[in-house]
Design a protein around this ligand. Structure first.
Ligand code: ADP
Ligand code: MG
Length: 238
């Protein structure tokens, strides 16, 4: 049911990777309960669709490919009525498809590498979200996700940016997506990080860490969605 939109005006920020990693983890968790995950690819490059069309994509991921500004709202409507979670992977521009998708979001994830220039792009994306919120006449929850970190430990620049986001009242995910080969490999080999097989102990360890990173990311997504639902209920009850 909830719709999670991946947006950032910057190409290469990590939208598709974050969307595919989250879709895979939610699909793994939902498989036994018969929960489907809808993955809507609204980027003309169709990178997440290419992944979902490869062998090894979890069966409970339902792909909506080639979503355009004309079809995206219909795709979201249809997906919301059939899936436990709806994930929308967007193009790195402020198009009407982006504004439409964001206006329907329960949570917008803004992937951002922890550098000053990328943070500027994140702020641009936030302006687009605020514009969509005005069009929709409601608040749209969003949070910045640091991606492609070289290690689990955040750099000095990262800390500085985190403090700046915090000062501006911008929500930042506690977790980050670490730069890991496993997160790249799934796009070449298909399947999920859990179906990758390391050829040596070091690779196996790295795959395990990537899998754990995906779990923590999915947990924080669910926590944020729940917090926003609780907030809405409290507001409705005065
Ligand atoms: N956490 C990560 N670990 C390793 N590589 C990553 C990670 N996030 C993104 N990348 C790589 O960075 C490039 C851009 O990422 P992508 O998710 O396609 O960004 P976007 O969808 O925002 O354009 C791709 O080559 C992808 O494999
Ligand atoms: Mg992409």
């Amino acid at each position: 049911m909830p719709t999670i939109v991946f947006a950032s005006s910057k190409g290469g920020a990590g939208k598709t990777t974050a969307a595919v990693i989250l879709a895979s983890e939610l699909a793994r968790q939902g498989a036994a309960k018969g929960i489907n995950i809808a993955l809507i690819d609204a980027d003309p490059n169709q990178h997440s669709a290419a992944w979902a069309n490869k062998e090894g994509c979890p069966e409970n991921i339902k792909l909506f490919e080639n979503a355009t500004e004309e079809s995206i709202l219909d795709a979201i409507d249809e997906a919301e009525s059939n899936a436990g979670f709806v994930l929308v992977d967007l193009e790195g521009v402020a198009s009407s498809a982006v504004i439409g998708a964001v206006s329907r979001a329960d949570l917008v994830v803004i992937p951002c590498q922890p550098s000053q220039n990328d943070a500027k792009e994140a702020v641009k994306t936030i302006k687009t979200i605020q514009y969509s919120a005005r069009v929709a006449g409601r608040t749209i929850p969003f949070a910045v996700l640091f991606t492609r970190l070289s290690a689990a430990i955040i750099t000095k620049t990262g800390k500085h940016l985190a403090a700046e986001f915090d000062g501006a009242g911008i929500d930042l995910f506690e977790c980050s997506l670490i730069d890991r080969e496993a997160f790249k490999s799934v796009f070449s080999y298909g399947g999920t990080v859990n179906s990758l097989e390391g050829s040596n102990k070091r690779e196996q360890e790295s795959i395990k860490k990537a899998s754990n990173n995906a779990k923590i990311f999915a947990e924080e997504i669910k926590r944020k969605l729940k917090n926003h639902i609780d907030q809405k209920k409290r507001a409705a009850n005065g």
